[in-house]
Design a protein around this ligand. Structure first.
Ligand SMILES: N[C@@H](CCC[C@H](N)C(=O)O)C(=O)O
Length: 286
């Protein structure tokens, strides 16, 4: 029997430099196995930061249900830049606004301009159990214990549907992102691991940000991390509730509205469309 994804189209896009694949599985009952996600990531030209698999909606009013894969095959409950890429992909069907469900909740997107999209990421979750953390803590300032060599002593914890640890630093460019990110992602405080951000406050509405993503590593942009950072900075009184987040791949504009929803706006680029082949999955579970 041919592999169900043989000859299936796949889109390569990026959201502010965050490398995204969009795999539209609506109308099929195929659920991508972690091994299959890793096989796609290993194919020439298809390496991704996140793969967004679209499934038929489970509830009336939704446009799709999404499964979000990291490069190691693990799943995430949220991906802000990926959602904006999905919004661009489905805009080709004439849909300018979307409601997208994940296991962590529902997010909404809208088109602002030809290649600029906003995603409403919903409310941040700020209770230590929701991050989750391994022990009770005030999420505004959690002590990193045991200490990680070279890491700041404390961080802010936020869930945007996925776990984030945000460290405020004087010089984000000087942070050894790979070594610290790897160590903190898997720190015993995070039973589900964490996305790790290093943020430098430039002014009350301007933040420089570098991110080590859970399950993927250093990326050029991480939307949910940008949201978690703005929420952390505003809670700490370091910024207003609206700011520009400068990431290596581009700028994201984040607003934590009075109704508690966090909105992110930024650019999306379509790179190319190609087709998967059965050969790619040889050795991976079907
Ligand atoms: N790049 C994403 C976040 C992707 C998920 C993350 N690596 C996780 O495992 O939670 C974004 O734009 O939000």
């Amino acid at each position: 029997m041919p592999h169900p994804l043989d000859n299936h189209p796949i889109l390569r896009m990026n959201g502010a430099g965050n490398e995204i694949l969009v795999l539209d599985l609506r109308g099929t009952d195929h659920v991508l196995a972690p091994e299959e996600a890793r096989a796609i990531a290993a194919a020439p030209g298809l390496r991704f930061d996140q793969l967004m698999a679209l499934h038929d909606p489970r509830e009336a009013g939704d446009d799709a249900f999404m499964r979000i894969y990291n490069i190691d095959g693990s799943l995430s409950g949220a991906c802000g830049n990926g959602a904006r890429c999905v919004a661009y992909a489905l805009a080709r069907e004439g849909r300018e606004r979307l409601s997208l469900a994940t296991d962590a909740g529902r997010i909404e997107t809208r088109r602002e301009a030809e290649t600029v999209f906003t995603v409403d990421m919903g409310r941040p979750r700020l209770d230590w159990r929701d991050i989750p953390l391994a022990r009770e803590a005030d999420t505004r300032a959690v002590a990193l214990e045991p200490a990680a060599p070279g890491a700041p002593a404390q961080f802010s914890a936020v869930s945007m549907g996925n776990p984030h640890a945000v460290f405020f630093v004087d010089d984000a460019q000087a942070v050894p992102l790979a070594s610290l990110g790897r160590a903190i992602e898997c720190h015993p405080l995070f039973p589900e691991r964490a996305n790790v951000s290093f943020a430098q406050i430039l002014s009350r509405d301007d933040i420089l940000l570098r991110v080590w993503e859970r399950g993927t590593g250093a990326t050029k942009a991480c939307g949910s991390a940008a949201c978690a950072t703005l929420v952390s900075a505003a809670r700490a009184g370091l910024t207003e509730r609206r700011a520009r987040l400068r990431l290596p791949g581009g700028d994201l504009f984040i607003e934590w509205r009075a109704d508690d929803h966090v909105l992110m706006t930024g650019p999306v680029e379509f790179e190319f469309e190609t087709r998967l082949t059965a050969k790619l999955f040889e050795g991976a579970a079907a």
